[in-house]
Design a protein around this ligand. Structure first.
Ligand code: ARG
Length: 249
């Protein structure tokens, strides 16, 4: 499946008010102000993370190629996008992963016109952290076919190994370049449309957040047996660092 091509069906929304509080990101809850200070919302409707204060790491499928680009706006420093405290900065350049063709390699960097004064999110540089429980956050849909969110949502999603994920997706999965997460048995927790480009993260041995994935694609959202697929950051950490250098980071 090509990232972004997963079609939302909107099943289950009959217009009647929900009897229970509606699930968030899918199946998560609101993030606290300052909890994930490196989270960025991008104007094309994607998420991202501050890799440097003036460089956002997002998904390749969120951008249209590489080169000068002053059209993307990044909003940082807030969980509520309508907050007066939102810091809005425009892009100057975009670097899409070299060789990106819609399968794997789903990463890109966006250089900002000026820094956003917030902590950055370091990358996992080895595969050691590519397991366990992850967290994903974003302003994307809170259910398949749902609306984009004004407030940042978060959810914890367990790691799903390549073999299991491969049996869900077959050759659509690029296991050397992607990792999967979700509740395979029950579904109900996931990232969704509009979360793309945002980080999948966990804490390292020292208790510091590290980015292990980038929201990339899935078959619908939060379906049982269909985990979310994420760009495997450790595979590309060296390339991303080099690319950031080329952007003048
Ligand atoms: N491609 C989607 C986007 O552009 C992200 C989909 C993530 N899907 C999932 N089931 N985790 O926003």
């Amino acid at each position: 499946m090509v990232p972004g091509s997963a079609q939302a069906t909107g099943a289950g929304s009959d217009g009647a008010p929900d009897p229970v509080p509606s699930p968030k990101i899918v199946g998560g809850e609101k993030a606290q102000q300052g909890e994930f200070p490196w989270m960025v919302r991008l104007s094309m409707g994607c998420g991202g993370a501050l890799y440097k204060q003036d460089v956002v790491l997002t998904a390749a499928h969120c951008v249209e190629g590489s080169g000068e680009n002053t059209e993307i706006e990044a909003v940082g420093g807030v969980t509520d996008l309508s907050s007066p405290d939102a810091v809005k900065v425009n892009s100057t350049k975009v670097l899409q992963a070299p060789g990106y063709d819609g399968k794997g390699k789903d990463w890109a960097l966006i250089k900002l016109e000026k820094p956003i004064d917030q902590p950055t999110l370091p990358l996992a540089t080895s595969a050691d952290l590519n397991e366990g429980d992850f967290t994903v956050a974003g302003w994307g849909a809170d259910k398949e076919g749902g609306e984009q969110q004004q407030n940042l949502l978060k959810v914890d999603v367990p790691f799903v190994d390549d073999a299991t994920c491969g049996s869900a997706y077959g050759s659509e999965l690029t296991p050397e370049e992607e990792l999967c997460a979700g509740d395979l048995e029950n579904g109900g927790i996931d990232s969704c449309q509009g979360d793309s480009g945002g980080p999948l993260f966990r804490k390292d041995e020292a208790g510091e957040f590290v980015q292990v994935g980038i929201v990339s694609w899935g078959d619908g959202c939060a379906r049982p047996g269909k985990p979310g697929v994420y760009t495997e950051v450790s595979t590309f950490a060296a390339d991303i660092e080099k690319a950031a250098g080329e952007l003048g980071a």
